[in-house]
Design a protein around this ligand. Structure first.
Ligand code: AP5
Ligand code: MG
Length: 188
C-alpha cells in the first residue's frame, strides 16, 4: 500500500488537490478535518469536544486524530493506498503514524507539501468563507490562530520528513491546474 501525506498550511489547497490525486492514483482520501466536521455535524460526543477547539483555531488532542486514522487504515479494499490530508500535524502524530504503519510492515511513501505564504492563506480562506460557510473560516482571530498553530506545531514536520528523505515541496501559489500538474509530476 502507498501512504502519501498531503502537507501544507491552512488554505494551501490540500482538499482541492486531493480529489484529482485520489482519482489518478486510486487512493482513499483521509482528511482529519473533514472527519472531525462530520462528527460535529452528527452531534457525537467526540464532535462536541472537538468543536470548541476547532472554532478557536487550535488542534484537537493527538490521540483523537490518531484513533481516527488507525481505524480508517483497516479498510484497504479496492484502493492502492491512502492520501492523508491534514494528518500528521504534530511530531507526536508523525511518530504515532510511523508506529502504526510499522506494525503492518508499511511506511510513509512520500510527503507532498503545498506551500503558500501567510498572506495568501488569508486570501484563500476569505474566498472560501464566502462559498462554503466553514465555522473556522468565519473569524479573523480563528484564522490567525490556525496560522500560528501551523507555524508552531506543524511546520517542524518539514524537517522531520526532510531528514527521512520523504519531503517534496510544491509551489502552491499558481493556479489550481498548475499546482495539480506539479503534484502529478512529483508523484510520477
Ligand atoms: P482542516 O480541515 O485540515 O483545515 P486546514 O489544515 O486549516 O486546511 P484547510 O482545509 O483550511 O485548507 P486546504 O489546504 O484543504 O485548502 P482548500 O483546498 O480548501 O482542519 C480543520 C481543523 O480541524 C484544524 O484547525 C484542527 O482544529 C482540526 N484538525 C484537523 N486535523 C487535525 C490533526 N491532524 N490534529 C489535530 N487537529 C486537527 O483551499 C482553500 C480555498 O482556496 C478554496 O476556496 C479553494 O477553492 C481555493 N484554492 C485552492 N487552490 C487554489 C489555487 N491554486 N489558486 C486559487 N485558489 C485556490
Ligand atoms: Mg482542507
Amino acid at each position: 500500500m502507498k501512504y502519501y501525506i498531503l502537507f501544507g498550511p491552512p488554505g494551501a489547497g490540500k482538499g482541492t488537490q486531493a480529489s484529482a490525486m485520489v482519482e489518478k492514483y486510486n487512493l482513499r482520501h483521509l482528511s482529519t478535518g473533514e472527519l472531525l466536521r462530520k462528527e460535529i455535524a452528527e452531534g457525537t460526543e467526540l464532535g462536541k469536544k472537538a468543536k470548541s477547539l476547532i472554532d478557536a483555531g487550535a488542534l484537537v488532542p493527538d490521540e483523537v486524530v490518531e484513533g481516527m486514522i488507525d481505524n480508517a487504515f483497516k479498510t484497504t479494499e479496492g484502493v492502492a493506498g491512502f492520501l492523508l490530508d491534514g494528518f500528521p500535524r504534530t511530531i507526536a502524530q508523525a511518530e504515532a503514524l510511523d508506529t502504526m504503519l510499522a506494525a503492518s510492515g508499511e511506511a510513509v511513501t512520500s510527503v507532498i507539501s503545498i506551500m503558500i505564504p501567510d498572506e495568501m492563506i488569508k486570501e484563500r480562506i476569505r474566498h472560501r468563507a464566502s462559498i462554503e460557510g466553514r465555522a473556522d473560516d468565519a473569524r479573523e482571530e480563528t484564522i490567525n490562530n490556525r496560522i500560528s498553530t501551523y507555524h508552531e506545531k506543524t511546520e517542524p514536520l518539514v524537517d522531520f520528513y526532510r531528514k527521512a528523505g520523504k519531503y517534496v515541496e510544491i509551489d502552491g501559489t499558481g493556479t489550481i491546474e498548475e499546482v495539480r500538474q506539479a503534484i502529478f509530476n512529483a508523484m510520477d
